[in-house]
Every structure is written in structure tokens, then in C-alpha cells.
Design a protein around this ligand. Structure first.
Ligand code: FES
Ligand SMILES: [Fe+2]
Length: 415
């Protein structure tokens, strides 16, 4: 971190008031953005893909993380990740996007790497050239219940294995490794990555989501004693649905308890199986399943949703009939990529078992509504007149995100 940036970040971190939004430069300033890459995205485990994108040996995808580009690839049964940087003179090897590859061939001078990253061929090198010294630089990669995470740090946060072990039993019944990608969308939002994450951590703004609120209870984030009067009817419906869901979860032996450790560990997370309104099966106008072929070997579609949030860059909704993953990657101080992926059972047939329009409708609309809110927030916090404002109690997860983030900056400042 350059000394000037270090001083500015240190002062802003010291001024951070618990329970209030962050100061403007955290969202708008290039130096702060670069620090975010260094302190967060180059250090933490990041959700970047799903196993279902890479079902066969040789399947690969690339992910851009700030100035880094990473290749994620299936090599036989093993997932591997490499820096997308040729060991000759550094050229980018694979273009953005996914596909399938036998060997990885750099387009510049044709250095050729195997799918395990070893350098197989470097034309016209002298006899004493040792290809063993020039394999692709590896990146840590790990699949958790069909969700693929990478970590750019040499020493990743040590608590990830424990978090993975606690999350996997929730995900296992849905068998996302055996799913197929029904659709994927990339949405570039006009806002800082933290505004995208913060927006997702609260439902204070949820009356802007009419499609989602058909089935998602707007009481998310409230407690029994602070549910506002106008949400009481929804809360009563939630309590009835919740009681029924708990019986179902117990009967089917599905883990459902809330675990909320958003800011007390490096790999902050929150997981909970929770009821949905109406038919309680899926994010559709009537709550009925969007795909008639259920995930895994699930016995009923009426399971509500498994909601998982992970710091710093992802959230997930895993239902009986499909799953939706959301990955957030920073592009610039005021630009963020939101990648959304819809998964269905691998044998589900489009047009027969599911209608893609029905499957995608709610979260496509919700993402676009959220993007507009994030862009408005970005415009506002860019004004010199902006000053941090107070979170409501129902925004406690936004505070937890900021507390987690500030803790990562503190760690970085101590390095
Ligand atoms: S930079 Fe890749 S082969 Fe030369
Ligand atoms: Fe939203």
C-alpha cells in the first residue's frame, strides 16, 4: 500500500462510527478501491463459479478479480486454478469466458501448458532450458457443495475449512455438483462493490421488489419485537409457514438452524433454511416450483429456501427445484459485476421440465431493481454533501458487513 494511501485509509478506519454507513471515499476513491483489492480480494476466499459449469475434464472458465485474471479448470476429477499469466513474457493465456481445452496454449509464442499447469512445450529454447521451472502459478481453489471458491493469497484464511464443513451438510441434499447451469447473467452495476453487498444484506428497501415479495417475506431482518405494524399480517403468515417448514425439515432430516457469524471471523457467513410465502416452493408468482424435476433426490418441493451469505462477495438461494448463485466482483470504484447463475437438476429439460422465463423472471427483475438502487446510492455518496447515516435495527447485517470489512482493513494496516 503506498504510504499516502495507508495514511488516508488508517485515518478513515479510525473515524469509522459503528452503526453508520461508511464515509464517501470508501465507495468512490481509486486509492481505497486499490486497497480493497489488496486487503480483501487478494486475501479472502472468493466465490467465482459453480462445479456445474465445469462438468468434464478440460472444462475451464476465467475470472477477473481486479488486476488479476484466474483460470479455473477441471483436470480429470480435480479442480485447479492458475494465474492467467504466461510464464514466458506474461501474456494473458485465455480470453475472458469459459470453454473446454486440451492444453493451455499462449497465443503469443505458443508456450503450451498441460491442464495440471506444467509447461509441456516452449519452442526454440536452448538445451539447458528447464520447463519444470516455468509451470503456471497456482491459485488455491476449493469446491464446497458444488460452489467453487478461489483464494489469491499464498496463505488463505485458515478458518475456511471449518466454515466449509459447517455449510456442506446444508447444501448436500441439493447435490449441486450434479446440477446443470440453466442460465447465467452478468450485470454491471454502477456502484462500488460494497454498496452491492450492503444492499443485499437488508430488506429495508424490499418494497421496491414486487416480484420477489410475492414469496420472500418482507419481515427479513426484523425480530418479533420490532416488526412494524404494516408488516404484522406478513409476520403472522411467516410464523405459520415457519412452524410447518420446521416440521418438514425435521422429518426429512434437513439441517435448518440459523448460523450467523458474519463479522466474527475472516470467512464471515450466514446460513439458514427458511420459509417462503404462498406455495412456499420457489421464487415464482404463486410460489410453485419453476422446475418440476427437483434437485438431488429431494422428496418435496415445499422446502422454502436455503439462504447462504458469504463475505466478501456472494450470496445464494438454494431451493427444492433450483438454485441461484450470486457472485460480486469489483471492476472499478463505481463499477461492479454481479454474476447470477441458475442451476437445475442435470436431467431437467428446458421447455419440458422448466420454462426459462418463469425460472429467471423474479431474480432478473430483482437484480435490475437492486442495480438501480445501488446506482442511486453511488450517486449520492459521491456528493461532497454526503455524510454517513444511521442503520436501522433491521439493517444489522449491513453493519456486520461493514464491521467485517473494517476489520480486514485493520489487519492489512498492521502488516
Ligand atoms: S508470452 Fe506466452 S509464449 Fe511468450
Ligand atoms: Fe434488493
Amino acid at each position: 500500500m503506498p504510504p499516502q494511501a495507508r495514511a488516508r485509509v488508517r485515518d478513515a478506519v479510525a473515524r469509522r462510527a459503528t452503526g453508520r454507513s461508511l464515509e464517501g471515499p470508501f465507495y468512490t476513491d481509486r486509492e481505497f478501491f486499490d486497497v480493497d483489492i489488496e486487503a480483501v480480494f487478494a486475501r479472502q476466499w472468493l466465490f467465482v463459479a459453480v462445479d456445474a459449469e465445469l462438468p468434464e475434464p478440460g472444462d475451464c472458465t476465467t475470472v477477473e478479480i481486479g488486476p488479476y485474471s484466474v483460470i479455473v479448470l477441471r483436470d480429470d476429477d480435480t479442480l485447479r486454478a492458475f494465474h492467467n499469466v504466461c510464464r514466458h513474457r506474461g501474456a494473458r493465456i485465455l480470453d475472458p469466458g469459459g470453454g473446454s481445452t486440451g492444453n493451455l496454449v499462449c497465443g503469443y509464442h505458443k508456450w503450451t501448458y498441460g491442464t495440471d499447469g506444467t509447461l509441456l512445450h516452449a519452442p526454440s529454447q536452448p538445451a539447458d532450458f528447464d520447463p519444470g521451472c516455468f509451470g503456471l502459478r497456482t491459485v488455491h481453489v476449493r469446491s464446497v457443495g458444488g460452489l467453487v471458491f478461489v483464494c489469491l493469497a499464498e496463505e488463505p484464511p485458515a478458518d475456511f475449512a471449518e466454515v466449509a464443513a459447517r455449510i456442506e451438510p446444508y447444501l448436500r441434499p441439493h447435490q449441486l455438483r450434479r446440477a446443470k447451469v440453466a442460465a447465467r447473467t452478468d450485470l454491471v452495476e454502477d456502484g462500488n462493490w460494497k454498496l452491492v453487498m450492503e444492499n443485499n444484506r437488508e430488506c429495508y428497501h424490499c418494497d421496491g421488489h414486487p416480484e420477489l415479495l410475492r414469496t420472500f417475506f418482507p419481515t427479513y431482518g426484523y425480530t418479533e419485537d420490532n416488526v412494524p405494524a404494516q408488516l404484522r399480517p406478513a409476520h403472522e403468515r411467516y410464523l405459520r409457514a415457519d412452524a410447518e417448514m420446521r416440521e418438514t425439515y425435521e422429518r426429512l432430516d434437513l439441517p435448518y438452524a440459523l448460523i450467523e457469524e458474519l463479522h466474527i471471523r475472516p470467512t464471515g457467513f450466514r446460513i439458514q433454511r427458511d420459509a417462503l410465502d404462498l406455495a412456499g416452493e420457489s421464487f415464482t408468482p404463486d410460489g410453485a416450483a419453476a422446475c418440476c424435476r427437483l434437485l438431488g433426490d429431494l422428496a418435496t418441493p415445499r422446502l422454502g429456501h436455503l439462504a447462504l451469505h458469504m463475505q466478501p462477495n456472494s450470496w445464494f438461494h438454494v431451493l427444492g427445484d433450483h438454485a441461484i448463485t450470486f457472485g460480486v466482483l469489483p471492476l472499478a470504484p463505481d463499477k461492479t459485476l454481479l454474476r447470477t447463475t441458475w442451476l437445475v437438476h442435470q436431467d431437467a429439460t428446458e421447455g419440458v421440465d422448466y420454462d426459462p422465463d418463469t425460472l429467471l423472471r423474479v431474480w432478473t427483475a430483482t437484480n435490475e431493481q437492486d442495480a438501480r438502487l445501488v446506482a442511486r446510492a453511488q450517486q449520492g455518496v459521491s456528493s461532497p454533501a454526503y455524510e454517513p447515516g444511521p442503520y436501522a435495527p433491521t439493517e444489522y447485517q449491513v453493519e456486520a458487513f461493514c464491521a467485517w470489512y473494517i476489520a480486514r482493513l485493520r489487519e492489512e494496516l498492521q502488516r
